[in-house]
Design a protein around this ligand. Sequence first.
Ligand code: GLC
Length: 657
Amino acid sequence: MAHPSPHGRPSRSRLIGALLAASALAVSAVPAASAQTFPESGTSPTSSSSQKAPYLNPKLPVERRVGDLLGRMTLQEKAGQMTQAERAAVDEDQSKITSLGLGSLLSGGGSAPTPNAPEAWADMFDGYQKHALATRLHIPLLYGTDSVHGHGNLVGATVFPHNIALGAARDPALVRETAHITATETRATGPQWAFAPCLCVARDDRWGRTYESFGEDPKLVTEMETAIDGLQGTDPKDLARRDRVLASAKHYAGDGDTTYGTSTTGTYKIDQGVTITGREHFWKTDLAPYIPAVRQHRVGSIMPSYSSVDWTEDGVGNPVKMHANKELLTDVLKQKIGFQGFLISDWEAIHQIPGDYATQVRTAVNAGVDMFMEPYSAPKFVQTLIAEVQAGRVPMSRIDDAVRRILHAKFQLGLFEHPYSDRTNIDTIGSPVHRAVARRAVAQSQVLLKNAHHALPLRPSQRIYVAGTNAHDLGNQAGGWTVTWQGQSGNTAFPGTTILQGIKQNASNVTYSKDASAPTGGHDVGIVVVGETPYAEGIGDVGNNGRTLNLSDADRANVARVCGAIKTCVVLDVAGRPQIVTDELPKTDAFVMSWLPGSEGEGVADVLFGKRPFTGKLPVTWPRSEAQEPINVGDKNYDPLFPYGYGLTTRAGGALR
Ligand code: GLC
């Protein structure tokens, strides 16, 4: 049965994949170990005497345990460990986890148990784990999820500002703290692996994933890699703790530096496109953040990008998919930079490699991909990989290298000793303490771009008129990767506070009129909140589904009406990237970029009313027009509306500094 893809992605290939998976499962999922011609290397987990096999002995060094276990595994078991399926593909018949010997499951965007609640997540996780432990060698599952701004798939989790906002805050310690809370809330429900942080260097704001980036400057992105420390801890032993998870730096590399209009998949315009560049620029800009991620932060996994690279010095016209790029995955990342963790492919990303499925599998594994996110094709993947090894087209040494890397992570995470969920921290999920940190992150990320006549800070005694959908919409202020893959407008999907609610906590005389139709007379200040509705990935690319950097007609009308009628006018932009406000700016007295604040909208009010100072700085250049994109600090003839790093500061409770 073709599971409704949790990504909701309009994907024909997924439907076919699911149908193939279903048919493949109609018979035995994979040839039984005895049926394969490959020499058996499997031996039982307990040796002849009663003592436990070395790999089950936590007192032994990880490398010793890995070596022992690897030596006991059959080719089929190794192929299973290199396979990750979407939970929705096994949920109705969890015996597939055992029969395939799956190494991992994931929750794609929006893929959650019913009810979507912490205990239900942990029960679901434990159920899957039980099936993994029923395999011959009892190898526990790794479970990954997109905890990219909190445990976003979980209703009730603390939802932090997206990375672009954290980049604006310029506070590495804060990023470490938010990531640690994310790890705590994630692991308390079972998953031990976050597909985060994105180390993408967003060079063109027309990209639908700009908000997942810490900014356009690789140095800023590198400073924010404290996110890896927050997720994993700083000592390898931390990974076994109940408040840490494996991190996944993504998407290696150049995902944010593709050329607009070069995307080769779907209707995307830039996402999953081609990075047309020279090796020197690529190394300095796109690849640079991965060096400290590996050498300093010891990131446990890395996810290659869907995108391709086309070297200008080799004569443009030969784009190579990152998932097929042995030079960059193995020669550069693993050998030159020294990455010891494992590479996890992106969602069906190998399906974009030219050739039939066997070619795609062979090319990617030989290029250096270690684990394969094949959400609905797991049985077919296992069979194909085994066949490629048996045919001599994939060397056993490559398989052993991949499995060694995966097992190393599992031992470091303590999965063999503690395979099931540890619910000790489950009551901290969405706690006031966690939300207070998120609220502070919201405040620190606000960027004050204009403040004429000391319009800000506001005073509680002022009569305030608020307009705009994004003033009172939790879903819009959280953006994509929140409960569902694409996110959703409205105030019902998850708990939190909106910007309007924050304003009302500070002032008693507040009028809210979403479309500014209410009378504006008798007010001291007008606040118009403009911005975007949620999106994720290429769905948010400018040019897709009407997406543009320009303000909507409704937002423009609200600014014109409110700022034209009320003496002091403040505009807030709740969006995942700079919008074109060149014409509206002169109409305002103050202009604030609020980004995508997440569940704690009160944090915006904290700086509006001077409870906290404005300190945020732009992590990306602010263009005068869409036509200026891409525009980045360091460009020749650099003439943006606001430059990279710009932001006015105020003292708490005080005036402009
Ligand atoms: C998506 C994204 C990636 C995410 C993965 C799993 O396609 O590219 O960032 O981690 O699938 O949801």
